[in-house]
Design a protein around this ligand. Structure first.
Ligand code: PLP
Length: 410
């Protein structure tokens, strides 16, 4: 029986990380005396903050007593966490248009970024800034919006190249180019670029005038330190009628293994069904969650709530500061070697093209064999990434210092 989703067969094997791992293994086998420093890691190295652990222990103890046990919770998330997000991540930062009912607690940003496609029409055209975090494209391909693949481009997807000539800020789609659901990610993974307020305003204006929806992935907003750079798309007036925002506790508080984030689907979003009748995306997302998701665990949500206490916010500041010192160290070191560098200022990612050029896999091998440092080949994030490498600030300070010492060697 033809029961398998054919779109899985269309999607090329994602061999980026397995290939990186294979090459590192091969190199280690050939040079057992050297330690490879993993500067490609997308996972964090600092443990959970103490206040988070305390909240988890307390919540786990509640779960062990019948009087305080929690079974199925609300699919949208517990009010205590939705309220804390609305209060501290939005109202306290001057964004009044977002309320607890607009916020949906998730098990991390990745699944929501992929699953949001459930509430969009089948025949719309996604537009993706490239190079890109792979989920945006792959999830659309799996749900049948990819079309055919030729020369690394899906016919059903509009590509918005982010190039060094324009500080990795993509241009708005040209007149006549369709872009119905636009994926923007700032601070960006992998380029480490940020978006200016003026540019973000242009995107919101574009969406408003073209009937497009923006999905704003701000998983790294806590890494912004430059004043004036927007942390949320809702800092732009009117964005609550055209944008969904996706966030994560993974990289700010060590939640990569705990799994928690949230998605903002404002009740004021203005879209329609294909027949022109009004659609309420907030209600549709709620319905989608009730149908396919049973909510994030109570213990995990209490852990996330602890991040909104003074201790929690201080822990986030410390974590982000730690990783950003690493990223800044990498950036300075690479610039001194003559590389062209993006990121490492308001993002934990450092994206660079070494002075001695080559394609991404040649550069990867060269760095591995010369310095015993592993990186991520830029081409793995799309063809605009060819000739670039990505390093991250997520390793320990000690290993980052060692990596920088190695990078300074010829
Ligand atoms: N969005 C971007 C841009 C990311 O880089 C990542 C993780 O690396 C995610 C979302 C997913 O984060 P989470 O751990 O919350 O699923």
């Amino acid at each position: 029986m033809y029961i398998a989703n054919q779109n899985f067969a269309r999607l090329p094997e994602s061999y980026l990380f397995s290939e990186v791992a294979r090459k590192i293994k091969e190199y280690k086998a050939a040079s057992p005396h050297v330690d490879v420093i993993r500067m490609d890691i997308g996972d964090v190295s600092l443990p959970l903050p103490a206040c988070v652990v305390e909240a988890m222990v307390k919540a786990a103890q509640e779960m062990g007593r019948s009087a305080t046990f929690h079974g199925y919770g609300p699919e949208q998330g517990y009010p205590f966490l939705r309220e804390a997000v609305a209060e501290y991540d939005y109202r306290a930062r001057g964004i009044d248009c977002i309320e607890a009912d607009d916020i949906f607690i998730s098990d991390g940003a990745k699944s929501d970024l992929a699953n949001l496609g459930d509430i969009f029409g089948q025949n719309l055209r996604p537009a993706v800034v490239t190079p890109a975090y792979p989920v945006y494209i792959d999830s659309n391909v799996l749900s049948g919006r990819g079309g055919t693949l030729q020369n690394g481009r899906w016919s059903g997807i509009t590509y918005l190249p982010a190039t060094p000539q324009h500080d990795f800020a993509p241009s708005l789609p040209a007149e006549g180019v369709s872009a119905d659901v636009i994926y923007l990610c700032y601070p960006n993974n992998p380029t480490g670029a940020v978006i200016t307020m003026e540019r973000l305003r242009q995107w919101v204006e574009y969406a408003r005038s073209h009937g497009a929806l923006i999905i704003f992935d701000s998983a790294y907003e806590a890494y912004i330190s430059t004043p004036g750079i927007p942390h949320s798309i809702y800092e732009v007036e009117g964005a609550d009628e055209v944008a969904i925002e996706v966030r994560s506790f993974s990289k700010t508080a060590g939640f990569t293994g705990v799994r928690c984030g949230y998605t903002v689907v404002p009740r004021r979003l203005k879209f329609t069904f294909v027949d022109g009748t009004a659609a309420n995306l907030n209600r549709m997302w709620s319905r989608r969650q009730c149908t396919k998701f049973n909510g994030v665990g109570y213990v995990v949500q209490r852990a996330a709530e602890a991040l909104y206490t003074p201790e929690g916010r201080e822990a986030i500041r410390e974590n982000v500061g730690y990783y950003m010192r690493n990223a800044a160290m990498l950036r300075t070191t690479l610039l001194a070697t003559g590389a062209e560098v993006s990121g490492g200022l308001d993002a934990p990612y450092v994206w660079f093209r070494p002075a001695e050029e080559g394609d991404s896999w040649t550069l990867f091998e060269r760095m591995l064999h010369r310095h015993s440092i592993s990186s991520t080949p830029g081409v793995g994030f799309g063809r605009e990434g060819e000739g670039w490498l990505r390093l991250t600030g997520f390793n320990t300070e000690q290993l980052t210092i060692q990596a920088c010492d190695r990078l300074r060697q010829p």
